[in-house]
Each structure stands twice: as structure tokens, then as C-alpha cells.
Design a protein around this ligand. Structure first.
Ligand code: BMA
Length: 350
């Protein structure tokens, strides 16, 4: 063996040995994306249609019960952590979130965290958009800045508590300030300027990094119906790892399919230019009134793009659910979709 060759092997081995959790997760995501697209579900182990495991694990999962496997990606929300609450905005104790998130990683899966923080100026929730000066007021120099620093500290403390059995920090996807091209959250389009939004992103990121949180894979997720000029709020190549899209079918199938293709075409160009990953960070069709939606509407669109994952939102109850359960009439179609080799469930990514 040539000396140079041996040296290269040594370098690779050393790099692999010392690779940090974040770099390992990024590498894994890139590799998995060449195999197919991972299926994800928000709040999968906490509640579903006809069951509630918020206070303790009963081992339930609507997805598992429907198709025999867990989602490859599980989504969790930490709205409420900023105030030191014991439970998140959907009444899931943070202790349970920590437990199930780590269980998902331990079984070989991937975890993503979103954050619906309360409105720091009005005391209302994330959807309180009465006041359009909130972002300005929490940035450095603003009247609520110090208060918000305290909120970021609590986010930081929770994220720092996510460690494996040996006490090492685990890598997770973190997805703050989402859907900012809409105006339904206090950080939305009509609620702050482009510069203020970017400053908000950087402020949170810099605080978490300064607290030692180098294990986060950062995802920026605008909402379906993107205008090209809204890409101006993209925080920057060195600040984002995954470019996501939150894309629900609320109206007609035609509108959804058209907009999804327009937006994914635009974002595909952006990920190519910036060498980022692409994902449908939230998606779904509430209560799945069309029992063939998975294979007839969603899957054909997903197959056209190099997506890392698509995550459907939570099964909150009979009027708000996005994933199948053995009881729902879309279940056979969902099973058909996940039989496809390029739709990746937990067992496909281990
Ligand atoms: C939203 C809705 C809310 C929920 C929030 C965070 O889209 O489902 O009811 O509180 O997500 O999970």
C-alpha cells in the first residue's frame, strides 16, 4: 500500500472517529436521501385516534398500528418551554417529550423539533398577531429583549438535556420560526421586516451555539404558496442545513398539486445552489377525506423531487388528524404507499 493511500485512510478513520453528532446526522441524512424519502409524523407516540399516552407510554402509535412500523422521523414541539411550563402547548409533559424523543433515536430513528413560542409582548400564543412590533421588541435593544433572552435560555436548557445513555448530546433537527411567509405567527411576513426576521433567526441560533448547542441541524421552513421574493428571508447558507416546506392541502387537489410543484421547483434550485437538504417539514390533508390521497395525490409529487423526508402533522382528534390509523379509510392506501421501496420507514433507515 502506498504511503499516501495509507495516510488518506488514516485521515478518514480519524474523521469518522471524531465526527460530531451534527455532522454524523447530516451525513446520514444525505446518504438516506439517495435511498428514498423518509416518512415522518408529529407527536406519534403521545396520542392518536381513540388513545392518549400523554402521561405515560402505552406503546401506542397510529402509524405502527396501521403498517407495522414506526415513522422514520418523529416531530416534537416545545411550545411552552420558554415560560418554564411543565407541559407543552398540546398538553404533553416535557419529560415525556424527552423520553420519547430519545427512544426514537435509540431505535435508530430521527427526531425533529419545532417551537410555537408564546407572544413575548402580549402574553398571547404564537398565533397572536395583534401587535406587529414583537420581533423588533425582542431583538437586542428592544423593550422585551432581556425577557426573551430568558426564554432562549429555557429552550437551550431543554435541548441540552437531550443526551444519550452515556450523557453525550444527541443530534436533532431544529426548526424554529417556521411558515414566516405567512402572517399567522407573530414572526410572520406582515409582522416584521426581512432584516428583523433574519436578525431573529441569528439571535436564537447564536444564543444556542454560545450555550454549546453544536448538535443541531437547522431547518428553515416557509409555507406553501411561496413568492420568489420571500426567499429574501432565507437566513443564509452558513445558517441553514435543511430547506423545508410546510405544505398542507386545505383547498382543491389541483391547487395543492400546482402550488406544491411550483414551490418544490423553486426550492430545488435553492438547495442545488446552496448544497442543502430539501424536506416537506410539515404536510398532510386533514382527516383524509380522500382515501386514495397518499398514492394518488401526494406520492407522485414527492417522487419528482430529491426530498429527505415528509412529515405529516399530529393526530390530535377526530377533527384534526393527518396520519392514518387502523380505523381510518385511507389506511389501505397508506400501507400501499409505504410498500414502495423509496418510501422509508424506521426499519428502512436502521
Ligand atoms: C398546530 C395545531 C395546533 C397545535 C400546534 C402545535 O398546527 O395543530 O393545535 O397546538 O400545531 O402542535
Amino acid at each position: 500500500m502506498k504511503k499516501t493511500c495509507l495516510f488518506s485512510i488514516l485521515l478518514l478513520v480519524t474523521a469518522a472517529l471524531f465526527a460530531q453528532p451534527r455532522e454524523q446526522l447530516l451525513e446520514r441524512l444525505k446518504k438516506l436521501q439517495t435511498h428514498g424519502v423518509m416518512f415522518g409524523h408529529q407527536d406519534d407516540p403521545f396520542y392518536g385516534l381513540g388513545w392518549n399516552d400523554r402521561s405515560a407510554s402505552g406503546g401506542h402509535s397510529d402509524v405502527l398500528a396501521t403498517c407495522g412500523d414506526y415513522p422514520a422521523v418523529m416531530g416534537f414541539d416545545i411550545g411552552g418551554i420558554e415560560k418554564g411550563d411543565e407541559k407543552n402547548l398540546d398538553s404533553v409533559p416535557f419529560a415525556r417529550i424527552r423520553e420519547e424523543l430519545l427512544a426514537q433515536l435509540k431505535r435508530g430513528g430521527i427526531a425533529a423539533i419545532s417551537w410555537h413560542p408564546r407572544n413575548p409582548l402580549t402574553g398571547g400564543n404564537a398565533w397572536d398577531v395583534k401587535d406587529s412590533t414583537v420581533v423588533r421588541n425582542i431583538l437586542p435593544g428592544g423593550s422585551q429583549h432581556l425577557k426573551f433572552v430568558g426564554w432562549m435560555k429555557r429552550v437551550s436548557a431543554f435541548l441540552q438535556s437531550l443526551c444519550d445513555d452515556e450523557g453525550h448530546p444527541v443530534a436533532i433537527i431544529f426548526r424554529p420560526w417556521h411558515e414566516n411567509n405567512g402572517s399567522w405567527f407573530w414572526w410572520g411576513k406582515k409582522l416584521c421586516t426581512v432584516a428583523e426576521y433574519k436578525a431573529l433567526w441569528c439571535m436564537l441560533q447564536d444564543h444556542l451555539l454560545a450555550d454549546g448547542l453544536t448538535n443541531l441541524v437547522w431547518s428553515w421552513s416557509p409555507n406553501l404558496g411561496l413568492n420568489a421574493d420571500e426567499m429574501d428571508t432565507f437566513p443564509g447558507n452558513n445558517r441553514v442545513d435543511i430547506i423545508g416546506l410546510d405544505a398542507y392541502q386545505w383547498g382543491t387537489e389541483q391547487d395543492f398539486v400546482r402550488q406544491l410543484n411550483e414551490d418544490l421547483t423553486l426550492l430545488t434550485q435553492k438547495v442545488k445552489d446552496s448544497k442543502k437538504l430539501l424536506a416537506l417539514t410539515e404536510c398532510g390533508y386533514q382527516t383524509l377525506p380522500d382515501s386514495t390521497w397518499w398514492t394518488r395525490v401526494l406520492q407522485p409529487q414527492i417522487e419528482k423531487y430529491a426530498l429527505s423526508y415528509f412529515l405529516v402533522w399530529r393526530n390530535a382528534g377526530d377533527h384534526e388528524y393527518f396520519a392514518p390509523s387502523p380505523k381510518t379509510k385511507d389506511a389501505p392506501d397508506f400501507r400501499k404507499m409505504v410498500k414502495n421501496k423509496r418510501i422509508l420507514m424506521l426499519k428502512d433507515i436502521k
